[in-house]
Design a protein around this ligand. Structure first.
Ligand code: HXC
Length: 520
């Protein structure tokens, strides 16, 4: 018996070394942790139950019989992260560059099945050279099986991908099918075709980082939701994210007592919005003052900054926040902001987060670039996502809420359960100046003196603002439930949420259908 136990220890020892000491040294030299080091840091101490440690590939040829490490380049298992159950998958670059062959993929699919069957999130730490070249179509089948599982799990369990090394070719589509992508600066990259193919195909010279580095995807493409400076930073982000997420779509997000008084009013909010409607301010100041202190976790912070999305807590309840950002492009909605808001709203709806929307939006961005890029198609996604969402929807209109953008940003017309407006709210078809120019065009044209004409325009705009573009006109129709002092925003939302939390989709009428057709 002792001999058998010794043998087990020896095999375990071997498996723990992955691709061997030399490869581990190389991994460290690149500033990267190994798969096992990452798992050790990520999971709660002593909680990791490894699966399939002794799986090996069965490929022959191309020297594969000599390369038979235990684990086949990926570590999988069940664990707790931030006190919550999860399935963890970590590719081991030290064995054949973490490349994905038949058995490697089978381990991943098996772990994902566990996650789906038990209703717990999947955390996938990617670090791989892609399809294992020596295993041909078996590798491709493996990817296909993973993509299929990603889609089956979509909207049922949260799926988090961290990119902690290479992720190229079709391999990018597993993270892309997941809910959140976290990238590590300098050591990770994602692209469908790498620099060499780009050069051969279109003659363009570009390096890995400029093509698909973390900052590119976090600011330009929107592929990455979060960026970290190191493996440690990326794993910390996963831990933070896990504190907000429910385990699956049948559960509510976890409650956490933050100790911040629910009735805390904030005098500073009364003076936060500038008197001049065209002056900018930082919407994140409003968000962080209204939410429980220190709970705002911004998602997609570097991309489409004219919109703000993130998680937070309101009297301990986890909520999603969506907002316009007057500090960037006056908070206008463009193609990227539309995609950012719509995808976040759909995630929040799928996982039972109340959605709190803060509105200060001048409209959709005009111009040929936006029209030709399909702002009609992309903007429609926001309307679709809000209308479809059956979770509690609470909206606060701070200042501008014009035209279609007013409707899109969580208005009562798309099913918001509670809408409050600040006294500074301007709700109308368009801005007062634009409205006055159109309605009184002939009167204005008849005034020859430009100074006199400008004075008249300002006067007409003021009249429009006073009579129509104010919260009381909308409140008079019942489109707004309450006009509140800005300082009362937090206590008002807390009270409203307390009542609206019991909203259930089974009690909201949705016509029977196989599935809707959002404007993809
Ligand atoms: C087999 C691979 C591999 C792969 C890397 N390795 N990628 N083995 N299949 N796809 C091996 C290397 O041969 C090497 O083995 C070890 O992993 C470490 O790789 P290095 O090149 O030494 O590391 P580094 O310099 O850091 O470069 C990493 C890399 C590079 C950028 C990922 O290895 C690379 O370009 N690999 C090929 C990437 C690729 O084209 N993959 C296919 C993408 S297409 P030794 O024995 O020397 O240690 C794809 C299609 C998916 O994935 C389709 C899904 C639908």
């Amino acid at each position: 018996m002792n001999e058998k136990i010794k043998e087990l220890h020896a095999l375990r020892e071997k498996a723990l070394k992955g691709g061997g000491e030399e490869a581990i040294k190389k991994q460290h030299a690149k500033g990267k942790w190994t798969a096992r080091e990452r798992i050790e840091y990520l999971v709660d101490p002593g909680s990791f139950l490894e699966l399939d440690m002794f799986v090996r590939h069965r490929a022959t040829g191309f020297g594969m019989e000599k390369r038979l490490a235990y684990g086949d380049g990926v570590v999988t298992g069940l664990a707790k992260v931030s006190g919550r159950r999860a399935v963890v998958i970590a590719q081991d670059f030290t064995f054949m560059g973490g490349s994905l062959g038949e058995m490697h993929a089978k381990k991943i699919v098996k772990a994902m099945r566990h996650a789906l069957a038990n209703g717990v999130p999947v955390i996938f730490l990617n670090d791989s050279g892609g399809a294992r070249i020596q295993e041909g179509v078996d590798s491709l089948k493996g990817y296909g099986d993973i993509f299929y599982m990603n889609v089956m799990a979509s909207g049922v369990i949260p799926q988090i991908a961290a990119i902690m090394g290479p992720c190229a070719g079709g391999a990018v589509y597993s993270p892309a099918l997941m809910d959140f992508i976290i990238m590590v600066r300098r050591t990770s990259f994602m692209f469908v075709t790498g620099p060499r193919v780009v050069k051969a195909a279109i003659g363009e010279d570009v390096d890995e980082q400029s093509l698909g580095g973390a900052d590119v995807h976090a600011t330009k493409s929107g592929v990455a939701h979060f960026v970290a400076d190191s493996d440690e930073g990326a794993l910390n982000l996963i831990k933070a994210l896990m504190t907000y997420l429910p385990s699956n779509n049948a559960e509510d997000p976890p409650y956490l007592n933050t100790g911040d008084p629910p009735d805390r009013a904030d005098e500073n909010l009364n003076a936060l919005v500038p008197v001049d409607p065209n002056e900018a301010y930082d919407m994140k100041d409003v968000i962080t003052r209204v939410l429980d202190r220190g709970t705002f976790l911004e998602v997609h912070a570097g991309w489409a900054q004219n919109a703000v999305t993130g998680f937070g807590r309101l009297a301990g309840a986890a909520v999603c926040v969506v907002a316009n950002q007057p500090k960037h492009m006056a908070g206008v909605l463009d193609i990227d902001a539309s995609d950012k808001i719509a995808s976040f709203v759909r995630f929040c709806d799928a996982f039972n987060f109340p959605i709190i929307t803060f509105v200060d939006v001048p409209g959709f961005l005009p111009g040929t670039a936006q029209e030709h890029g399909g702002i009609i198609r992309h903007g429609a996604k926001i309307l679709y996502a809000y209308s479809e969402a059956t979770v509690p929807k609470l909206t606060v209109i701070l200042r501008k809420a014009y035209g279609g953008a007013y409707i899109a940003m969580g208005s009562s017309h798309l099913g918001a359960d509670f809408v409050a407006a600040w006294p500074t709210a301007e709700i109308a078809v368009m801005g007062p100046e634009g409205a006055a120019e159109i309605v009184w065009r002939r009167d204005l044209a008849s005034i020859k003196d430009p100074e006199e004409r400008a004075r008249k325009l300002a006067e007409l705009a003021r009249e429009y603002r006073e009579k129509i573009a104010n919260p009381y006109f909308a409140a008079g129709r019942g489109y707004i439930d309450a006009v509140i002092e800005p300082k009362e925003t937090r206590p008002t939302l807390v009270r409203a949420l307390e009542h609206i939390r019991s909203k259930r989709e089974t009690r909201v009428w949705v016509p029977p259908k196989k599935h809707g057709l959002p404007p993809f």
